[in-house]
Design a binder for this molecule. Structure first.
Ligand code: G6P
Ligand code: MG
Length: 220
C-alpha cells in the first residue's frame, strides 16, 4: 500500500506539553486534596480533558456534580494555558522539522490528529499554525482516543484512504486508535515500548521516509 499521508499526534510527538499537563492537574488535585501522581498522569496521554478528570477522580473518594467537574476542568485548563504561554519554536521535539520538510518534498501530506482542544493555540505558539494540510483535534470530535474518530477525520479532511496513512503517536490510546482506524502506527517516546505499534523509536531524529514506507507495507 502506498503512503499518501502521515498523521501526527501533537502532545508528546510534535511538542512536549506533557509536563505542563502534569503540573496543571497536580495543582488542581492539591487544591482539592485529590490523590494524583506521575503514574496516574501517564494514563492521561491521548485522553480528553473530561476523561482525564474522571481517571483522576477514580483514585479519590471525592464526589462532584457534573457542573463542578466542568469547573474543575476549566480551572485545570486555565493553569495549563498559562504554562503554554511559555512555549516557543524551541520546544519542537528533535527530528520533527526535518521529517515535516522531507515529507513535503516527497508530496506526502501531513496532518495533526490530537485530542487536545488547545491544538490551534499550541501550533501558533510553536510557529506551525500553517504547516499542516489538515488538522483534526479535540474541538471537532465526539469520541477521544482509543476511538479512531480523530484519525479518520484527519484522513477525510486530507481526502486520503485510511490504509494510506501512517500515524505517529506517543500514547497507547493513540496507537490503539490508529490501528482501529485501519492505519499503521509508529510509537515514539513513551510509546516506544508499545507492542502494537509497527515501529517504535526513542524520538523522530533518525526516522526516514523509507522506514515509513516499509511500515505501511507491513501486512496487518
Ligand atoms: C492530549 C494529551 C492529553 C490531554 C488531551 C486533551 O491528547 O495527551 O493528556 O488530556 O490532549 O487536552 P486539552 O488541551 O484539550 O485539555
Ligand atoms: Mg500524545
Amino acid at each position: 500500500m502506498k503512503i499518501s499521508a502521515v498523521i501526527f499526534d501533537l502532545d508528546g510527538v510534535i511538542v512536549s506539553t506533557d509536563e505542563f499537563h502534569y503540573q496543571a492537574w497536580k495543582q488542581i488535585s492539591d487544591q482539592e486534596k485529590m490523590y494524583f501522581n506521575r503514574e496516574i498522569n501517564e494514563r492521561l496521554r491521548g485522553v480528553s480533558r473530561m476523561e482525564s478528570l474522571e481517571i483522576i477522580l477514580s483514585h479519590s473518594d471525592k464526589n462532584y456534580s457534573e457542573k463542578d467537574k466542568q469547573l474543575l476542568a476549566q480551572r485545570k485548563n486555565e493553569v495549563y494555558c498559562a504554562l503554554l504561554n511559555k512555549l516557543s519554536p524551541n520546544d519542537i521535539l528533535p527530528g520533527v522539522i526535518n521529517l515535516l520538510l522531507s515529507l513535503k518534498a516527497r508530496d506526502i501530506k501531513i496532518a495533526i490528529g490530537s485530542s487536545s482542544k488547545n491544538t490551534p493555540f499550541i501550533l501558533e505558539q510553536i510557529g506551525l499554525a500553517f504547516s499542516f494540510n489538515a488538522i483534526a483535534d479535540g474541538n471537532s470530535i465526539t469520541n477521544s482516543k482509543p476511538d479512531p474518530e480523530v484519525f479518520l477525520l484527519a484522513a477525510e479532511k486530507l481526502g486520503v484512504a485510511p490504509e494510506e496513512c501512517v500515524v505517529i503517536e506517543d500514547a497507547q490510546a493513540g496507537i490503539d486508535a490508529a490501528i482501529a482506524a485501519g492505519m499503521k502506527a509508529v510509537g515514539v517516546g513513551t510509546a516506544a515500548s508499545c507492542v502494537n505499534a509497527q515501529l517504535t523509536l526513542k524520538d523522530l531524529s533518525n526516522l526516514n521516509i523509507d522506514q515509513l514506507i516499509e511500515v505501511n507495507e507491513i501486512r496487518s
